[in-house]
Design a protein. Structure first.
Length: 758
């Protein structure tokens, strides 16, 4: 009897520790008071347990546990310190100098509000009242009670939870901060007073394990920083002289992205991370720079999604990388986190680039974006690898950046249930490096965060930028997808509703037939729903194409002839570009060249060959519907298909001709028939467009149709016989250029048109 017990015990031990068979971690002691937990892989080895608490609370003492191969949880649940949800606490505000804080509390919990008062003779700057927020930060800004001392820099104050050394605020003097207790410092430890009267760096803040940056804070700080990396500010001398715009930096930009997926067991989690990267690279493409990308996912293994070498060998494009990202799947992935392996991959790729580019490598800039919880439990510390990378980029064996600090910017996004700040913070690099570290809450919507990194007002010369998704499902959300659409309402003797498109900040393009002879600018209303309600824009003037003449071919059997059916409407005031209102790209401009990623020397012809290259070319146009607009999908019939398509024009009412070309000149594109949508009455004048790498290019304009199928509007299918004819903008360039490209006037900023042929 005794032996058999012993045997079964031995067998048990063998099974559980021998590797082949895995035993489970135990459920005992895992429960959390006031919260709950999730497991990534049940009670099996490698499973990650993540605790969750309601808003304003955080899990304590552990945030996560891992089931180790010895079927012990790490950390082990402690009987004497049961797992619970603790109230989020903000750093102590009683560090205020020369003032009072009320109420005086031992601990300030999420939801508590404090007010500040300065001693007499001192003036209060910053917030007079602050509330402790659920992310462990105080609302508002640091409260400072100061007296004018005649120093160059203002009193920088003491942020909650911190201590400051240094009380001289004159040029060249510095102040040094540290955080009290268990808090750690994010931001600049040392700040120096500059001649400009400003302190260097970024005001420090004291963070605890449960302090997070909000999505908005990340968008603002990361956005302003990455904009600096991508662009330089240059003065421009267009009509608003002295204005500064962002233009692309010269040299080559290499962007390396590594995303830790050791915690993303769930498909959805992983897909959201992929979507965030796609959003980010789409946003970056909005700067009209064309970076090369290295994209990795990693756990203890590295999965290379985009290899930067493919960019150099012209085997990859932005579009192909996005596709690869979308299609990327991992089957059984390893657990563990090896940040060093990811950085080593960056290092290898960089070495290859240097080898290829030789002395041109000097002109290369490198941006690292690292998303991880930082628990590099495998592969050792990544710091030596980062040090070698710095030496390579700084071109200095000692790692002294010299003047090359801005050639390597490394951003670190702490992400995950348990962030290992001490390991992560040293991985930042670059100019104002203290702005490169972010702590993201577990369920931060990264795609949305990245979508907000462009201050849309700052970037001009970016036609066709738009969101690819509608966040709200209402008319405001729709406007972010079609920020160029406008409603043209004519209230003259013959009221008419048309669509139009913003083609610059001052001009709307629409159809000439929307107007009648007696219409005046005051009869024309341009309606732009800009997110704060519908706005009517006053019209200064409008011009129809000089060749437009409806009766021109009456005696050839065409009652109404719509060739040159285009008109430009000039607004009295330029619109303010925003995510809700910005121009679409039109053919043959320099901006469109950039949007299409064509080399600067490309011509109009090159654009046309790229945009209208197929015999059936997929295009879209809009119709008024609720909310705002709906999108209609059509195929332009080109090449041999065109003749068949335009033939149907002969069946149209009011046409008595044998040759369809009398009514449908070469200036028209033809759509309709099987599987196409058909234009309705109010769609006239609207853009016929195509999205190219998520910039929208207007190719044509809705003019007329062979049958009046829908006068009521809405999205309707074509019949086999009905066809629509759209004015091809490539054929209207002289007219567009004569107005939009006119640089002999002082009224508006002209668009830059490119050559027609080489
Ligand atoms: C601070 O917040 C805690 C938790 O919500 C609450 O119980 C307490 O009354 C608050 N104290 C003050 C002074 O508002
Ligand atoms: C812009 O124009 C102003 C006035 O015409 C001139 O003084 C200034 O130098 C110009 N700036 C640039 C960058 O060309
Ligand atoms: C890039 O710009 C810098 C400064 O703006 C300039 O010194 C350098 O010559 C430029 N390089 C190229 C290749 O244009
Ligand atoms: C339009 O064409 C007709 C027929 O050719 C011509 O008589 C008429 O003068 C033209 N109208 C304009 C405004 O050019
Ligand atoms: C159509 O044109 C032909 C010849 O040009 C003419 O004989 C016929 O009357 C016209 N029909 C109509 C309905 O205008
Ligand atoms: C090239 C590119 O960026 N394509 C994306 C544009 O947006 C749509 C969503 O509307 C994505 O599906 C494309 O992949």
């Amino acid at each position: 009897m005794k032996t058999s017990v012993l045997w079964s015990l031995l067998l048990f031990l063998l099974l559980c520790t021998g590797g082949e068979v895995e035993c489970d971690c135990r459920e005992d002691g895992l429960l959390i008071q006031g919260g709950e937990y999730t497991l990534t892989n049940g009670f099996q080895t490698g499973s990650l347990l993540v605790y969750q608490c309601p808003k304003n609370f955080y899990p304590y003492p552990a945030t996560v546990r891992v089931c180790n191969p010895n079927n012990q949880w790490n950390p082990v649940p402690k009987r004497f310190s049961p797992q619970r949800c603790k109230h989020v606490e903000c750093p102590d505000p009683n560090v205020l100098e020369n003032g009072n804080v009320s109420p005086p509390l031992a601990r300030y919990l999420a939801g508590n509000t404090t007010t500040f008062e300065c001693y007499s003779g001192y003036t209060l700057r910053g917030s007079a009242s602050r509330t402790c927020l659920s992310n462990g930060k105080w609302s508002g800004s640091t409260t400072i009670c100061s007296r004018d001392s005649g120093d160059t820099c203002p009193d920088p104050g003491v942020p909650p939870g911190a201590s400051r050394r240094g009380n001289s605020f004159d040029v060249g003097y510095d102040v040094t901060y540290s955080c009290n207790g268990n808090l750690f410092l994010v931001g600049s430890k040392v700040r120096v007073c500059q001649e400009s009267g400003q302190w260097t760096g970024r005001e420090p803040a004291c963070y605890s394990k449960f302090t997070y940056d909000t999505s908005q804070e990340v968008s603002e700080a990361f956005g302003s920083s990455i904009r600096e990396s991508l662009t330089t500010l240059q003065s421009t001398n267009d009509t608003q002289s002295g204005r500064k715009i962002r233009i692309s930096k010269n040299g080559t930009l290499n962007i390396y992205i590594a995303l830790d997926i050791s915690e993303s067991i769930e498909e959805e989690h992983f897909n959201r991370a992929k979507q965030a990267i796609i959003t980010l690279i789409n946003k970056i493409s909005g700067f009209s720079v064309s970076p090369n990308y290295e994209i990795l996912f990693f756990s203890s293994d590295v999965y290379e999604v985009a290899n930067i070498i493919d960019f150099y060998e012209k085997k990859a494009t932005l579009a192909s990388v996005i596709k690869d990202l979308e299609d990327f799947k991992i089957g059984d992935k390893s657990t563990g986190t090896d940040v060093n392996a990811a950085l080593k991959k960056f290092e290898d790729r960089m070495a290859w680039i240097e080898e290829q580019e030789k002395e041109k490598f000097r002109e290369h800039r490198h941006v690292f974006l690292l998303f991880t919880d930082g628990a590099y439990n495998m592969g050792g510390s990544p710091l030596p690898t980062l040090a070698r990378i710095k030496n390579r980029v700084y071109m200095s064996p000692t790692g002294d950046p010299g003047s090359r600090l801005d050639y390597l910017e490394s951003y670190v996004f702490g992400i995950g249930a348990d962030i290992f700040d001490d390991d992560l913070r040293p991985l930042t690099a670059g100019t104002e490096e203290e702005k490169h570290y972010f702590r993201l809450e577990k369920d931060t919507n990264l795609a949305e965060t990245f979508d907000n990194i462009i201050d849309e007002n700052e970037v001009i010369g970016l036609c066709g930028l738009h969101r690819t998704y509608d966040l709200t499902g209402d008319s405001v959300g729709k406007r972010t997808v079609y920020p160029w659409v406008v409603f043209v309402n004519i209230q003259g003797d013959s009221p008419k509703k048309c669509l139009g498109s913003l083609v610059s900040l001052e001009f709307v393009l629409t159809a000439a037939h929307c107007f009648i002879f007696s219409d005046e600018p005051k009869d024309v209303r341009i309606e732009i729903e800009d997110g704060k309600g519908s706005k009517d824009k006053k019209v200064k003037t409008f011009m129809l194409h000089p060749n437009y003449n409806v009766t021109a071919r009456e005696n050839q059997g065409v009652d109404e002839f719509y060739d040159y059916d285009v008109a430009l409407i000039q607004l009295q005031e330029a619109i303010e570009p925003s995510i809700h209102a910005r121009p679409i790209c039109i053919p043959c401009t320099q901006e469109t060249n950039d949007a299409l990623r064509l080399p600067p020397s490309s011509t109009c012809k090159d654009q046309e060959e790229l945009l209208l290259k197929n015999q059936r070319e997929r295009l879209s146009f809009l119709t008024r519907t609720h909310p705002l607009v709906g999108e209609k999908d059509v195929y332009a019939k080109l090449g041999d298909n065109r003749d068949l398509c335009i033939k149907k024009a002969l069946k149209a009412k009011g046409i008595n001709a044998t040759d369809p070309k009398i009514a449908v000149t070469d200036n028209f594109l033809c759509t309709g028939g099987d599987r196409d949508h058909i234009a309705c009455t109010g769609d006239s004048g609207g853009a016929v467009f195509k999205n190219y790498e998520n910039r929208t290019i207007q190719i044509a304009l809705v003019s007329w149709g062979s049958q009046e199928i829908c006068t009521g509007g809405g999205i309707r299918d074509s019949t086999p016989e009905s066809r629509d004819f759209h004015i091809n903008l490539f054929k209207m360039i002289p007219f567009l250029k004569s107005i939009l490209g006119n640089d002999a006037q002082d009224d508006y900023a002209p668009l830059k048109f490119i050559k027609t042929f080489h």
